[in-house]
Design a binder for this molecule. Structure first.
Ligand code: C2E
Ligand code: MG
Ligand code: MG
Ligand code: MG
Length: 292
C-alpha cells in the first residue's frame, strides 16, 4: 500500500496491518459465538486403500458457516486462532464430534469406521486432553482405536519430551498418530525414528508435482520406501488425477485421499450418501484404475 501511494517504502504502519489486527480480534470474538450458535460443522473426506479401492476411513475437516459472512475456510481462521484459548476449545469440539460421528455411522450399519482429526500443538499439549479423552471413551463405550490424531512436524519439534509422553499415553488408550503435510516442516529423520507414529501423510504439494516434476516424483517414491521400511503406512494427500493415482499404485503407496476420490462431504451429506456410494463402489476409483 505504501508503494501505491507514491513510493514511501519506509512507511511502517500500513492500512493492511490495521485490518489484520481488526480481523484477528473479530475472528476471536466471533469464534466464541460460533461455538454457542452451532456454526461449526465437520466435512469428512474418504480415504481409500489403493490396492483394493476399499474405504479405510475419513479425515474430519472443520467448516465454519457464519450467519452473515457465510462460509469461512479453515485457512482463514485456524492460523489466526492458533495458540489461543479458542483453539483449545475447537480441539475438544472436534474430538467430541468425531466420537458422535462414529456412533452415527455405527447406527447406519457402518461400525468400526476410522476418523482422523487434526490436532494443533496447543490442543495436544493441553493438560485437559487426556482426561477429556478418557471421559469420551467411558461415555461412548469405544476405545481410541477408531480415532487417528493428525499432528504436524512443527508439533513434534516444539516440546519433544512432553509431546512424546502425551503421545505414549494416548497410544496406550488406543489412539493412533499420523504426521500431516509431511515434507513441508522441519522435523528430521531422527525425530521420526523415535516418535510413536503410525502413518505419514505426504503433503499435497509433492503429489501435485509428481507426474510432471522429476524431483517431486523422487521425493514421493523415496518417502514411501523409507516410511514403509520404518514400519509405518503412507497416505498420499490431494490426489486429483488418475495419472497420480496410477503412479502411486506403482510405488506401492497404501492409502489415497483427494478430490479424485471425493471432496470432503458435510456430515449430513455423508449420512445420506454413504449407502449409495459404498454399494456402487463410487469411492473405489483406485481399484478400477488397476484393472485397466
Ligand atoms: P490438512 O489437514 O492438510 O487437510 C487437507 C486439506 O486439503 C483440506 O483443506 C482439504 O479439503 C484439502 N484437499 C483434500 N483433497 C484435496 C485435493 O485433491 N486437492 C486440493 N487442492 N485440496 C484438497 P481444508 O479443509 O481447507 O483444510 C485446510 C487445513 O486446515 C487442514 O489441512 C488443516 O491443517 C486445517 N484444519 C482443518 N480442520 C481442522 C480442525 O478441525 N482442527 C485443526 N487443528 N486444523 C484443521
Ligand atoms: Mg490433516
Ligand atoms: Mg494434510
Ligand atoms: Mg495440507
Amino acid at each position: 500500500a505504501a508503494k501505491d501511494q507514491g513510493g514511501d517504502r519506509f512507511c511502517l504502519f500500513e492500512p493492511q496491518m490495521y485490518q489484520n489486527v481488526v480481523g484477528r480480534v473479530e475472528i476471536e470474538n466471533e469464534m466464541r459465538e460460533a461455538f454457542n450458535n452451532d456454526e461449526l460443522f465437520f466435512a469428512l473426506q474418504p480415504q481409500i486403500e489403493i490396492s483394493t479401492g476399499k474405504l479405510v476411513g475419513f479425515e474430519a475437516l472443520v467448516r465454519w458457516i457464519h450467519p452473515v459472512k457465510g462460509f469461512i475456510p479453515p485457512d482463514k481462521f485456524i492460523p489466526v486462532l492458533e495458540n489461543s484459548e479458542n483453539m483449545v476449545q475447537l480441539g475438544y469440539w472436534g474430538l467430541k464430534r468425531a466420537f458422535s460421528i462414529l456412533n452415527q455411522l455405527e447406527k447406519l450399519g457402518y461400525p468400526n469406521q476410522r476418523i482422523a482429526v487434526n490436532l494443533s500443538a496447543i490442543q495436544l499439549l493441553d493438560p485437559g486432553l487426556v482426561p477429556f479423552l478418557r471421559e469420551q471413551i467411558r461415555d461412548s463405550g469405544k476405545d481410541g482405536s477408531q480415532i487417528e490424531l493428525e499432528i504436524t512436524e512443527r508439533t513434534l519439534v516444539a516440546d519433544i519430551d512432553h509431546t512424546l509422553d502425551i503421545m505414549k499415553t494416548l497410544r496406550s488408550m488406543g489412539f493412533s498418530f499420523s504426521i500431516d503435510d509431511f515434507g513441508t516442516g522441519y522435523s528430521s529423520l531422527a525425530y521420526l525414528k523415535q516418535m510413536p507414529v503410525d502413518i505419514i501423510k505426504i503433503d499435497r504439494s509433492f503429489i501435485a508435482g509428481m507426474t510432471t516434476n522429476r524431483a517431486d516424483m523422487q521425493i514421493v517414491s523415496s518417502t514411501i520406501a523409507m516410511v514403509q521400511q520404518l514400519g509405518m503406512k503412507v497416505v498420499a494427500e490431494g490426489v486429483e488425477t488418475t495419472a497420480q493415482m496410477r503412479m502411486l499404485a506403482d510405488m506401492n503407496c497404501e492409502i489415497a485421499q483427494g478430490y479424485l476420490i471425493s471432496k470432503p462431504l458435510l456430515e449430513q451429506d455423508l449420512y445420506q450418501q454413504i449407502d449409495h456410494k459404498l454399494q456402487n463402489g463410487l469411492w473405489e476409483e483406485a481399484r478400477l484404475i488397476r484393472e485397466e
